[in-house]
Ligand binder design. Sequence first.
Ligand code: ATP
Length: 310
Amino acid sequence: MTNILTVKNLGKSFKSKRIIENISFEVRKGEIMAILGPNGAGKSTTIRNIMGIMYPDEGSIEFNGHPENTIPRQKIGYLPEERGLYKNVKVMDMILYLANLKDYPVKKARERALAYLAKFGLEGKDKVSVEELSKGMAQKVQFIASIIHEPDLLILDEPFSGLDPVSQETFKREIRELANNGTAILLSSHQMNVVEELCDRLFMIQRGKKVIYGTMEDVKNDYANFKCTIKGQNAPALLEMIPDVQRIEQNEDVTVLYLTQDVKIPTWIRQLPEELTIQELVIDRISLHEIFIDVATDQHQLQEGGVLNA
Ligand SMILES: Nc1ncnc2c1ncn2[C@@H]1O[C@H](COP(=O)(O)OP(=O)(O)OP(=O)(O)O)[C@@H](O)[C@H]1O
């Protein structure tokens, strides 16, 4: 697949503090790539460097074959983390103003804006001023503004925050459709269930450094260890006898045993102590949400270098 964006060995410091270090990844045509990490990990700093809002101290950024200083930024769409639209301007004027900044034909932008407003349930809001919109409505308008000019690369920083579940579904559908039509999408989100469902690949960053990079499938295969949930009153001493357990969590009569990476489930089940009280038992893999928590709290034993091949 064609690389639309190539980020190589990006590094940035503020004063003497290293914020991001050796960040390298690609975003390909037609894919949804997630950039994930705990608060303060360096996601927005990475995005701001890509957008040319700040300049990297080290490394390079290439977009569609263009090096950093010649990137045609009108082919990039950006929904920033900080939402901001001019308050006393009409919705349509706002969208057309932003389309014009991207050198996009006004007539075409108006047609697209009306179609998108209708798609997002905002028919008739084109003549309303931005300050009359609810937070979710304003976010939809800002999303429309970020895609109005048919960008090749779309960068979405926390696109789902503040949206109700129905609007989240609408956004998810639209983002998938844009990718299916060839847009390369880089998306930052803290909602792991949405990321798991929507994204093709992910890049996880912690304290400014890459910790996981790969397809959703590879990440799940390599990091989503099995966990066993047992319902029944069991003494900690008995649970601690069970082999291949990395961590035990107990909450009243529910115990979750987090298993080590290469455990063979049929063999493991046969080793469970006879005395164990089992009213219910479920074995499944941990979710991306749990992988994230493990990585962010340094509980996961990452492989050497901690990185998958993307
Ligand atoms: N202009 C700045 N000056 C100094 N430090 C900064 C500046 N911008 C960001 N930082 C620091 O850089 C680090 C990374 O911040 P960044 O906003 O990139 O994180 P993030 O991963 O996007 O976090 P969040 O999930 O909270 O949005 C933080 O420690 C932050 O305090």
